[in-house]
Each structure stands twice: as C-alpha cells, then as structure tokens.
Design a protein around this ligand. Sequence first.
Ligand code: SF4
Length: 503
Amino acid sequence: MGLLHSAGGQLTPNAEDAEILVVNTCSFIDSAKQESVNTILEMARHKQSHGGRAQRLIVAGCLVERYRDEIRKNIPEVDAVVGTGELEAILAAAGLVPKPVPATGSPFNIFPQGSSPSSQSLAARAQSSVRQHSHPEADSAQLAIEQNALAQPTVASRPEGDLRQQQGRFSRDAWDGTTAALPEYLYSDETPRILATPRASAYIKIAEGCDHPCSFCIIPQLRGKFRSRRLSSIVAEAEKLIAQGVREITLIGQDTTCYGEDLGLTDGLAQLLEALAVLPNLRWLRFLYTYPNKVTTRLLETMARHDNIARYLDVPLQHASASVLKRMKRGGNAKIFLELIEKARRIVPGIVIRTSFIVGFPGETEEDYKELESFIRAARIDWLGVFTYSDEEGAKAFELDTALKVPERTIQARRRKLMKLQQKISAKAKAEWVGREIDLLVEGESEETELLWEGRTLQHAPEIDGKVFINDFGPHEELVPGTFYRAEITESHDYDVVARIIE
Ligand code: SF4
C-alpha cells in the first residue's frame, strides 16, 4: 500500500471506486486458498461489470508463489501477479512509476480511512482460480515484474537453512505453475508503508521466511529461507512509527526467536528488544511466534527487565505427545514444554502464555490425544487455540500413509473437547483478574454492541486474545480511541473481562 501510495495511487477500501484492484492472497491451507480464489473471481466479475472503471486486476501474495502460471492462464481478467518476493513489482503491475521519497519526509502514512475516490484508486482485498486463455497485457506487465525480481540482491542465510535447502525442504519441483526461485525480498525502514492498524498500534516484521522442517507446513516453500532485517533498520522504523503516534509495537516473523542468526547475532531477539525498549514514548512492546526450543534464559530475563515489554509469551507448541511431535518434525514433549512454561513463569512473574495446538495429525492415537489433554490441564495456559489438521499437498505429512489419517469426525470431536476444557481453565483464571487495576489501551466502540467499548491490556495481543469490555467511563464523558487509561476489572467471563475506567 505504501509503495502504491508513494507512486501517486490513492487508496480506497471500496472496489466500486477503484481503477486498480489488488487481491492479496493466502495459500497456507485449503480453506484460505478457497477464500482467495473466491475473492479473485468476485473481483474479476466486478472488473467486467462496473462500466469499465476498474481497469486492472492484480493478484499478490502466497497463492502466486504456489500457482503463478495457473492464475495467469486460467483467469484472463487478471492483468498481473506479484509474488511475496516481488513487492516492489507492484508498481509495474499497477502501471505506476516510483517517485523518490523526499529526504525530509517520512515514508510512513496512516491509512486514509474512507479516502475519496480519485484517478488512481486502489482496492486492497484478500485472496485464486482456473479457466483457459492467455492475456497479452498481463504478459507485458509480468515481464517487467520478472525483470525486477531478478534485480533483488542476494541475502544472508542460516547454516540450518542451507542444510535444509540441500535436503530439499524448499523445493517446489512438484508444484505445477510456479517458479523454482524462492522469494528473497525484505522490506526496510526506507520502504514506504501505510498503516492499516489503529493509530496507536503497529506491527513490525523483523524477519521473513522459515528454515524449520515442520511436516504439516508449506510456508517455507511459499516464503523462502529465513532472513532477518538489519537491527538498525528495525530501530529506525520503530522510531518513525513512534514519531507518528504509535505507542504499541508488535514484532512478528514466521519465527521471531531465530532473529539475527543469519546476521551472526547471538540472542538476536533479546538484543533487538533491548534496543527498542529504551525508545522514548514506546509504551508497549511485544513479540509473537516464538519457537519452543529457542526461548532462551536471556530472552526471558530481557522481558523481566523492562516494564514496557509485555509479559507475554506466544509459543505455538502444536502438540504435547512426543511421537506426534516427532512425526511433525518439531521435537519436544510434554515434560520439556512444562519445564519451559515453569521457567518462563519463574523468571517473568505474571507472564501470560499463548499457544496453539493441532489435533488430528496423521497417526494421532487416542493415547496421544489424552496426553495432550493432560498437558493442557497441567499447563494452565492463558490463551489457547486448537486447530484441526489440514492435509496440504506439498507438505511432508501429506505423503504419510493414508491409513494413518485420522477421520474428520474424530478430529472435530477432539477439538471440541479441548476447547471445552480450556473454557473452564480460562474462566477460572479470568475470575482472578477481578479487582486488578490495569493500564488499558482503549480501541473504540465494541463490535458486538454499541452499549460497550473495548480495549486491551498489555496481556492482550491485538486481534487474537479475549476482550476487555468497558461499561463505565468513570470520570470521563467520552473516551478517545488509541489512548491509555487506568481501569479496574470488575467482572469476568470465560475469556473476556469487564472493566471500569478510573483515571
Ligand atoms: S515454524 Fe511455523 S512457519 Fe516454520 S515450518 Fe514450522 S509451522 Fe511452518
């Protein structure tokens, strides 16, 4: 969005107003692919039927990495495709010319909510498909994109990633309609950016790609080998965001705990957190998506040392049975994971833990499932998600013996049982929050009812955790979204709590 805006495009969330339609896609699991295809087809129909206002349809993102040629061959309304490693090629695809960023100007902008339509409008949406013709205009835009992609500089890598590459982890040979070259792109603090999140909060992607061998996952083939952004570039980006009013920064990447290993840093994430935590006016700093065996003592101690670093550990464990974890190619077991959680709670008192599990992985027996259930009982995790296994062509687990595949009904039943168990654990833990005084970042009127407002504490990551509903504004006539208030928790529910503003 930043690149398009900086080249003179104006953004609109309304497809009706746009001359250029951009569908940003996901290709992680089948349901995401289907949603992507549906949206592309919807935009293709829109392009055909709205009196010629929409002149270009661009498909971007992971679906392009998986089905590049298929999309171009089978949906003639698509004018260009842009993979995850070709971000800057979006300009050629849109027919826009890059403009130099003024030396004194910030490349950052807040998303112009409800911006008016103009000559170069653009609708950014999420998601692919299949019919049969070719398209000359798409071919010329595509040529420019491919030339641009070739111009990308090569990047450093981790020895583990290099080894896995030799072993074929990143191979896309079996995928029809894709390119062999893996994405290498990394954005920097100089890349123009538009924030689509509420003004006080921003995500910063600190690394891209993943070197892990998890057998259920095709993200490494889609996003390439793990590569970190320069520490100085991340700090510079954070400074610019703070100067613009951002007060909460969330660091993300496919695995944030590998940060810096390709740059020769040891405990790179801890070093990065140290550098960011001291930035003036940064109220809240958090990181998501850690890898269990990479959560180090130094990382935990860094969290404990700084008040503005969230006492919050997001560590997807995926399972607790050693045999399932082994087939998932992740390693670990219930004992190791319980020790990790105990250590985190000891070094960082009050820490909240978020994790997610996959049920129904091929070969998961009733015994494996029971082990997971006991683990959840013992670990008392604060925020927990349970996903059902999705069999993905291209992932190693897809090739496992079909006799090992767990029936869909069993998978769904296991998920329901775990969620029920977690509901009880969560309700009990949330009841202990009642009476606590908290810092609350007010986000605005509740999506569920206009009678309540919503906010988050440092223990709630944006979008994924339970909610804090506000039913009493205390001394205030009204609240200002994006502002911090003191509040007291007055009621608790299974996952959510209710708060009263006190200051
Ligand atoms: S660590 Fe995450 S992104 Fe990487 S292979 Fe495993 S599940 Fe996929």
